[in-house]
Design a protein around this ligand. Structure first.
Ligand code: AP5
Length: 219
């Protein structure tokens, strides 16, 4: 199965991407996580990406495409793309790469939720600095405050989760990225998932939306 996840910041894409990757044994390629890892290690790519991320802007297409092309070449045949593509040029570049790999997209999950819910979720988000799992002080707190349940790493707040930056990211989503729903919808790939509900409810809806593809899980 080869999946693309779309939706506004805070829709729960990252949360659901981890769950679906575990369930279907898929390689997870999350561009935001890859960039944050580069920023943490102060690589050249991290230094370039950081200025855009902190301001809630999109990293330039050529930088993102180069990074994802490399990750896809190593991903094997089953993967989830979380956070990519976000622009039309990125989607067209993805088409070319997947054509070369003879690995077409199986489905595009679009997570829908209203802006105010996402602002609230992102205000309470805490992210593991080591394994990037996300928690929420209100909706999904860790067992021990400030510590990741899974790997024991320290939890921190993302620099781009400040409300003004979140609202700018939402604007960019509506102005630029949301058009990809139409781009993929015209090919019959889109499956809309109502992302308003508990994390378990949203997972159930995503799994139901993929039920006809499930026999091919991991292929
Ligand atoms: P990225 O990391 O991809 O951020 P995003 O798309 O803005 O999405 P988020 O990670 O903020 O939200 P999410 O939907 O994953 O929600 P989550 O599951 O964490 O990108 C960051 C930056 O990197 C971009 O701004 C850009 O600069 C750059 N970048 C990345 N890709 C790029 C690209 N392709 N092109 C250009 N630039 C790019 O959940 C959020 C919170 O809500 C958590 O606390 C979680 O616990 C909680 N939660 C989740 N689900 C629920 C639920 N059902 N109910 C209650 N709480 C919930």
């Amino acid at each position: 199965m080869r999946l693309v996840l779309l939706g506004p910041p805070g829709a729960g894409k990252g949360t659901q991407a981890h769950r679906l990757a575990d369930r279907y044994q898929l390689t997870l390629i999350a561009t935001g996580d890859i960039f944050r890892s580069h920023v943490a290690h102060n690589t050249e790519l991290g230094q370039e990406a950081r200025q855009y991320m902190d301001a809630g802007e999109l990293v330039p297409d050529d930088v993102v495409v180069r990074m994802v092309t490399g990750a896809l070449a190593e991903a094997g045949r089953g993967f989830i793309l979380d956070g990519f593509p976000r622009t039309r040029p990125q989607a067209e570049a993805l088409d070319r790469v997947l054509e070369d790999l003879a690995a077409p997209i199986s489905a595009v999950l679009v997570f829908e939720v209203d802006d105010e819910t996402t602002v609230k979720r992102l205000a309470g988000r805490r992210t593991c600095k080591r394994c990037q799992r996300t928690y929420n002080v209100e909706f999904n707190p860790p067992r021990q405050e400030g510590v990741c349940d899974v790997c024991g790493g320290d939890l921190g707040q993302r620099t781009d989760d400040e409300e003004a930056t979140v609202r700018h990211r939402l604007e960019l989503y509506h102005d630029v990225s949301q058009a990809l729903t139409t781009f993929y919808g015209q090919r019959g790939l889109v499956r809309v998932v109502d992302a308003d509900g508990t994390q378990d409810e949203v997972t159930e809806r995503a799994v139901a939306a993929l039920s006809d593809l499930a026999p091919a899980a991991g292929s």
